[in-house]
Design a protein around this ligand. Structure first.
Ligand code: C2E
Ligand code: MG
Ligand code: MG
Length: 881
C-alpha cells in the first residue's frame, strides 16, 4: 500500500473508486434550476453569430415575464459590441433589478512575445454595475475529468462566488473545494432552447416559473464542455447546475483523508490474521467480503452524508491479498510443473517402452501408448487399474508389485497381457514426492525378445550344435557341480572307433550324421537323469551316480549295443564299435583333472584296439608324466648331438654282397648306452620334436650316402620317413635341395614309408611320393603285410620296392602260413614290377627259402646288425670293393 501511495497511484485509484460509486448512489435534481440552452436549433434559427446583445436583452425581459427569479449568463460580456446593442442589454439589466448574474473568469493567453499570461475576464463596466458577478472557472483534474468545484475565488482582492454558489444562494467565502455529487442525475435538469423562449413556444411558464436559470451554450460547436466521472461529456452549464444542485441538496462531498483510508485497511488485515489457518479459498472470500462490506458501508454513509469515504486502498489491498493468496494456492511452481508435465507427457507418449504412473494406492494414474500396446489395454482401461493386475498373479507373489522406496530399482517380473498371455517383463521403478503423496513411475519393457536372445546365446555356449547335447563347457560345469555333492560320481567317456579316419575318408557331413546317430543311441541307452554331453569331436561324456548305476554293466551293454546294432548315417548303415574309459569323482579334486583322468582311461582303451571299457588307474597318469619327461630329455638329446645313425646292410641273397644299407636311428644315452628307436621314436613322432629329428636323419643319411658315392663305394641308403614330414609338406623340396647340395645321385636314395603314413592323408601322401619319385628317388613300402590296406596301397601308390615285414620272415619254415604269405607277396611284387626285399632274416634256412621263392635281396641279423657308418665301411665296403 505504501508503494501504491508513494508511486502516486493512489489518487488515480481513489478517483476510480469514487467515480464508480456515483453509479450506486443516484438522486434526482431538485428542479429549482433550469437551463436556457444556446443549442444548435437556436443558433440556426437566429442565423448569425455572435448574437446581438439585444437578443439577450430580450431574453432577460421574457424570462422575467415568465417568473424566473434569477438569470445567470455563462456568455462572454467582456468585449464591447455595437453600442446600441450594448445599451439595450444594459437597459435590460437595469430592468431586471439585480436578478442577473454575469460571468467572470480567469483566463490564460499568450501575448505578442509568446509568454503565457493570466488575466481576468470580466463583463463591461456598464453591465457589471447592474448585475452580480459569478465565477465560472472550472478546473478539471489531471486526468481531464471535472470533479471538484469551489464556492468561489478571490479575484483582484475580492471574493467572487461561483455561478453555482449564486444559483444555490450560498455565500461561503472560506469554504474549500468540494466534490460535485455526480450521483445527481443531470438528465433530470430541465433545459429550454433559447429560441423557444424568444418566440414563446410551448408552455414555458409551467417549466420556468419560480426557477433560476442559467443561460449558456450547449451546442457542441461552442466548446465549453467537460468530461465528468463515468466518461460522460456535458456542457459547462450543466456542470454548473450539478454543482449548484450539490450545494442545494447539501451534497458538497468531502473526501476522507489518506490516514482514514489507511485505517480502513485494518479490518481486512485483522480478518486475514484471524483466519490465517483457514483454507486459502476461505481467507480470500473473507477478505473480499470484508472489503465489500466496508464499501457497502461507505456507499451507505455517502448516501446519507456528503462524505466520500476513500476505500481505494482497501480494495487494492483486498485484491492484492486475494492475488497473493491465489498465487500461493495455485503455486507457481505447480504451474511450472504443469508445463513440465505436459512436456513429460509428450516424451512419455512417444517412448517405445511402456510407461505408467502409479499413485500411492497402487492405481495407475497415467499410461502411454507403448504400455497399451504391451498389455493390450487402451489408456481408458489402464486408468485407475491396480498396477498389480498387469503382473501374473502367481509370479507377482505378495510384494512383487509393491513399489520400492528407492529410485532406479529394476525388477524382472512376469507380465500378463489382456489376452491372458504371460511374458517376461522388466520394470524400472522411480519414486517421487508430490503434494498429494508419493508417486511412482514404472518403465515397462517386454523382454521376451531379449530373453529369447539370451536363451539362444546360452544354448550356443552350452550346446554342441551337431549332436544337440551339452558341450564341453557344460560338462565342466556339470562336473564341478557333481564334485560339490558328497555322492561319488563316475564320468564315463565313449569314443567311436577310428572316427577321425572315417571323417577324413567320408567327409564332415557323414561324420556329423554319425555323431548324431551315436548321440541318439547313447541317449536311449542310458537312463534318465544322467548327464550326457559331447565333449570332444568323437568323445561323449556320461555322468553317472556311482551308487545307483552299475558302471561295468552299463559299459558292457553300451559296447554290446554298438557292436551288434549298426548306426544309420546319411542313408548308410555302418557298424561303429565304441571304446569306453571312466574315472571316479573321488580320484579328482577339480573338474579338469577328473575329465583328464577319464581321458587317460579312454586313451588306454583306444590303445588296446579292442571294444573295451577301461577304468582310470593312477598309473596312467604316471605313464604320461614319464612320457613327458622323456620328451624333454629327447629334446636335450637332439641339441646335445646324442643321436647317431646306424646302418644295417642289405645284401644280395645269392652273392651275399652288399647292395644297400638302411639308416636306423640310435640314441647314445650317456648312462644307458645305445637306446633302440622302438623305445623313443613313438615319443618323438607324437611330439613337436618329430620335425627336427626327421630332418636331422634325412640330412645325415643323405650326406653319408654322398660321402660313400664320393669315395667310389656308392651304396643305396634307405631312410625311414615319419608322418610329420608329410604333414609339413616340404619333403620333396628338402630332398631335392639336399641332393643338389651333396651331388648325390638320386638312384642311391631309397625312402621308406609305412602304411600308417600312407593312410593318414592318402591323396596328399600320393602327391608327395609322386614328386619324390620324379626326382629319381626310390620309394620302398616298409613293413609290408602288417596293415589292412596293403593291397590297395600297392596298386595306388608310386612304389618301387616292397619290404616284406620281419614278422613273416623271422621264423620262416617251408609249408608254413608265413611261407604262403611271403610266396604270395613275392609273386604279387613280380607281377606289379616291384623289387622285393625281405627284412629280419635270422637263419640260413629262411635265407635259403626266400632265395628259392625268388626273393633277391635281404636284410637281417644273419648278415649284419645295424652298425655305425665307420664300422660298415670297414667290414663291408672294403670287402665289397
Ligand atoms: P624298420 O624300419 O622295420 O627297421 C627294421 C628294424 O628291424 C630295425 O630295428 C632293425 O634293427 C631290426 N632288425 C633288422 N634285422 C633284424 C633281424 O634279423 N631280427 C630282428 N629281430 N630285428 C631285426 P630298430 O632299429 O630297432 O628300428 C625299429 C623301427 O624304428 C624301424 O623299423 C623303424 O620303423 C623305426 N626307425 C628306426 N630308425 C628310424 C629313423 O631314423 N627314422 C624313422 N622315422 N624311424 C626309424
Ligand atoms: Mg625301415
Ligand atoms: Mg620294417
Amino acid at each position: 500500500m505504501a508503494l501504491v501511495v508513494l508511486a502516486g497511484a493512489h489518487e488515480r485509484l481513489r478517483e476510480t473508486v469514487l467515480d464508480a460509486r456515483f453509479n450506486l448512489v443516484k438522486r434526482a435534481p431538485s428542479g429549482t434550476i433550469a437551463m436556457v440552452e444556446i443549442d444548435p436549433r437556436s443558433i440556426a434559427a437566429i442565423g448569425r453569430w455572435p448574437w446581438p446583445r439585444s437578443l439577450h436583452a430580450e431574453l432577460v425581459g421574457k424570462l422575467a415575464e415568465l417568473g424566473v427569479t434569477d438569470i445567470a449568463f455563462d456568455v462572454d460580456f467582456s468585449a464591447r459590441s455595437v453600442d446600441a446593442e450594448d445599451q439595450r442589454f444594459s437597459d435590460a439589466l437595469k430592468g431586471a433589478g439585480g436578478s442577473v448574474i454575469l460571468p467572470i473568469f480567469r483566463q490564460v493567453a499568450s501575448d505578442a512575445g509568446g509568454a503565457r499570461q493570466g488575466y481576468v475576464n470580466r463583463p463591461l463596466a456598464m453591465f457589471e454595475a447592474d448585475a452580480w458577478l459569478g465565477m465560472v472557472n472550472v478546473a478539471p483534474d489531471r486526468d481531464g475529468v471535472a470533479r471538484d468545484f469551489s464556492f468561489g475565488a478571490m479575484i483582484d482582492g475580492q471574493f467572487i462566488p461561483s455561478i453555482a454558489s449564486l444559483l444555490a444562494g450560498l455565500h461561503q467565502p472560506s469554504t474549500p473545494e468540494f466534490r460535485i455529487d455526480f450521483g445527481i442525475d443531470g438528465r433530470g435538469v430541465r433545459g429550454v432552447p433559447y429560441i423557444d423562449i424568444l418566440r414563446g413556444n410551448g408552455d414555458l411558464g409551467a417549466v420556468l416559473r419560480g426557477k433560476k436559470v442559467i443561460v449558456a451554450g450547449t451546442a457542441a460547436e461552442l466548446g465549453d464542455r467537460f468530461v465528468i466521472p463515468g466518461g460522460q461529456i456535458i456542457p459547462g452549464a450543466l456542470l454548473q447546475v450539478l454543482a449548484a444542485e450539490s450545494m442545494l441538496q447539501g451534497r458538497t462531498l468531502r473526501t476522507t483523508t489518506l490516514a482514514l483510508s489507511s485505517a480502513l485497511l485494518f479490518g481486512p488485515l485483522l480478518t486475514a490474521f484471524v483466519l490465517r489457518r483457514r483454507r486459502t479459498r476461505h481467507r480470500i472470500l473473507a477478505v473480499i467480503s470484508a472489503a465489500i462490506a466496508t464499501e457497502a458501508g461507505a456507499v451507505a454513509i455517502q448516501f446519507v452524508y456528503p462524505i466520500a469515504i476513500d476505500t481505494s486502498l482497501l480494495h487494492v489491498a483486498a485484491v492484492a491479498y486475494a492475488l497473493i493468496a491465489l498465487v500461493e494456492e495455485v503455486d507457481l511452481r505447480g504451474l511450472l510443473r504443469l508445463a513440465a508435465e505436459k512436456r513429460f507427457n509428450n516424451v512419455a507418449m512417444s517412448l517405445s517402452d511402456g510407461l505408467v504412473c502409479v499413485d500411492r494406492e497402487g492405481r495407475i494414474s497415467m499410461s502411454n501408448a507403448a504400455a497399451s500396446r504391451i498389455f493390450g489395454l487402451d489408456a481408458a482401461q489402464m486408468r485407475n487399474l491396480q498396477f498389480a493386475r498387469l503382473l501374473a498373479v502367481d509370479a507377482a507373489g505378495p510384494d512383487a508389485s509393491a513399489p520400492p522406496t528407492t529410485n532406479g530399482q529394476v525388477r524382472e517380473e512376469t507380465g500378463k497381457r489382456a489376452n491372458g498371455e504371460f511374458f517376461p517383463l522388466e520394470c524400472s521403478w522411480s519414486v517421487w514426492e508430490t503434494p498429494s503423496g508419493r508417486q511412482y513411475g514404472v518403465v515397462l519393457r517386454d523382454i521376451s525378445e531379449r530373453r529369447r536372445q539370451q536363451e539362444r546365446i546360452r544354448y550356443l555356449a552350452e550346446t554342441d550344435p551337431v549332436s544337440d547335447l551339452p558341450n564341453g563347457n557344460s560338462l565342466i560345469t556339470a562336473l564341478s557341480d557333481a564334485l560339490r555333492r558328497d555322492e561319488p560320481q563316475r564320468l564315463m567317456l565313449a569314443s567311436l572307433w577310428h572316427f577321425r579316419r572315417m571323417r577324413d575318408l567320408e567327409g564332415q557331413t557323414f561324420a556329423d550324421a554319425l555323431i548324431r546317430a551315436a548321440a541318439t543311441r547313447l541317449k536311449s541307452r542310458i537312463g534318465q537323469g544322467l548327464i550326457l554331453s559331447r565333449s570332444d569331436s568323437d568323445e561323449f561324456a556320461i555322468l553317472l551316480p556311482a551308487s545307483q548305476v552299475d558302471v561295468d554293466r552299463l559299459a558292457a551293454s553300451l559296447i554290446e549295443t554298438f557292436r551288434n546294432e549298426p548306426l544309420e548315417a546319411e542313408g548308410r548303415v555302418v557298424r561303429v564299435p565304441i571304446v569306453l574309459g571312466h574315472a571316479g569323482s573321488e580320484e579328482a579334486a577339480d573338474p579338469e583333472v577328473w575329465l583328464g583322468n577319464a581321458r587317460f582311461a579312454l586313451a588306454a582303451a583306444q590303445r588296446q584296439e579292442a571294444e573295451i571299457a577301461v577304468s582310470f588307474a593312477p598309473g596312467m597318469r604316471d605313464e604320461v608324466e614319464k612320457r613327458m619327461a622323456l620328451e624333454n630329455r629327447l629334446r636335450q638329446a637332439l641339441t646335445a648331438g646324442e643321436f647317431e645313425l646306424f646302418y644295417q646292410p642289405q645284401v644280395d641273397l645269392q652273392t651275399r654282397s652288399i647292395v644297400g644299407a638302411e639308416a636306423l636311428i640310435r640314441w647314445h644315452h650317456p648312462e644307458r648306452g645305445y637306446v633302440s628307436p622302438g623305445e623313443f621314436m613313438p615319443v618323438i613322432n607324437g611330439s613337436s620334436l618329430a620335425d627336427g629329428v626327421s630332418a636331422w636323419v634325412l640330412e645325415t643319411a643323405i650326406r653319408q650316402a654322398a660321402i660313400w658315392q664320393q669315395r667310389g663305394t656308392p651304396l643305396r641308403v634307405g631312410i625311414n620317413l615319419s608322418q610329420s614330414q608329410f604333414t609339413a609338406g616340404t619333403l620333396a623340396v628338402d630332398v631335392a635341395r639336399l641332393l643338389d647340395a651333396t651331388r648325390l645321385d638320386p638312384a642311391w636314395l631309397e625312402l621308406e614309408v609305412t602304411e600308417d603314413i600312407i593312410l593318414d592323408d592318402i591323396s596328399r601322401v600320393r602327391a608327395i611320393l609322386g614328386s619324390l619319385r620324379s626326382l629319381g628317388v626310390h620309394i620302398a613300402f616298409d613293413d609290408f603285410g602288417t596293415g589292412y590296406g596293403s593291397l590297395t596301397s600297392l596298386r595306388d601308390f608310386p612304389l618301387d620296392t616292397i619290404k616284406v615285414d620281419q614278422t613273416f620272415v623271422r621264423n620262416l619254415e617251408p609249408g608254413s602260413e608265413n611261407a604262403a604269405i611271403v610266396t604270395a607277396t613275392i609273386d604279387l611284387g613280380k607281377a606289379l614290377g616291384k623289387s622285393i626285399i625281405a627284412e629280419g632274416i635270422e637263419t640260413e634256412a629262411a635265407a635259403a627259402l626266400l632265395t628259392a621263392l625268388g626273393c633277391r635281396e635281404g636284410q637281417g641279423y644273419l648278415f649284419a646288425r645295424p652298425m655305425p657308418a665307420r664300422e660298415l665301411e670297414n667290414a663291408w665296403l672294403r670287402w665289397a670293393a
